[in-house]
Design a protein around this ligand. Sequence first.
Ligand SMILES: C[S@@+](CC[C@H](N)C(=O)[O-])C[C@H]1O[C@@H](n2cnc3c(N)ncnc32)[C@H](O)[C@@H]1O
Length: 382
Amino acid sequence: MEVVREEAATVAAAWSPRGAPDTWRLTAAQFDALHDDAELVAIASTIAPDRLPPLLFTAAANSLVLRLEPRPLRDSFPRLGQPQPPLDRHFRRDYRAFCLDHRDQLLELCACHRYQMNEVGRCAHIVAALGPEAEEERELALIDVGTGAGLGLHLDRYRYVFRGPGPSLASAGGAGSELTLAVDIRGTRTPPAPSALPRVVERVGVDIEPLDLDDAGVRAWLAACVPQEIGAVTRFHAAAQVTIEHPARRVRGDASEVLPEILAAIPDGPLVCVVDSYVHVFFEPDELARFRAIVDGVGAERDLDWISIDPLVPMGRAATSTVIGTPAPTPLLERNRSEGVFGVLAKLAYRRGRRSAALLAIGHPSGVWLEWLAPSQAERGR
Ligand SMILES: C[S@@+](CC[C@H](N)C(=O)[O-])C[C@H]1O[C@@H](n2cnc3c(N)ncnc32)[C@H](O)[C@@H]1O
């Protein structure tokens, strides 16, 4: 039970740390309610640890609230097209009572679903990591590992605005895009965010359980996995629309098993860009080692990037390294211990057989902010 409480606190701190916009209060309140309540923790603790109990429990609760519309509880949850509602002052009491009253339905939902949060906002971090490749307009073969519903397969179809403390730093993508992803840049360094997006000539999504957005039930479950913050909810629905309009190839299977064949079929020419966001953090160490060996093998033969946005591993306060295998510097480990989980943007690049690894940035799990860490070329030249 203690592990579940600790995980709930970590998730609340990650999505809604001190100083987060008010729109994240509901999400924090849900995980805090779970953390602080012995009966709720007892229910969540019946979920197997590898099924991410606090996240799955909260997604199930969201699903029931959105479907059953209990009053006044439903009024604290966002509705598409409207601003985030204020959190009712009796939210905790009502949320707790609702979860306890619907204990069996909650557990039934948890038993027949996996936690599959799809956050298209993370594409902005991936795009920042593409950097010069996009500027040079090199063709890209995009392989999104752990693609879920496939929202990340369309990163070239969204528009991006990188906002500094003053005016916008850069924007990329078509003005007519159905979805604009705005990211606040924190810290003192500016990411080399591209002003142009790459030309994606191949796109393949891989998932152990790909999700079909044409299925209304699947779509409703995914909407419930999204944190109930109006920005996240709006992004999800807009990206789902884009994804439905542009069917892309998806392969069902374990990444390490299906990736070699997918990569072998990509013709010479485009830069292979393997992307993973919040996927490899959930791999066991031997799975991760196997995946890295596959990428190393292909990288020795052709140009390839692996861009990852994942928390440090092993996930939690005892983390030591990035999923791409580079050790994390001490100041970052300290922040990981004190600030709660954040995404770490890292890139493994292979050019003509030479391999280089870079830890680029840290970011909010829903892509809301990005703090660039890597020194710029000018700084490196000093
Ligand atoms: C937390 S979701 C992230 C989805 C998406 N990448 C995003 O950031 O919005 C993790 C996804 O990885 C998939 N996954 C987990 N293990 C996998 C594996 N071994 N091979 C392929 N996909 C896997 C899950 O099914 C799930 O869709």
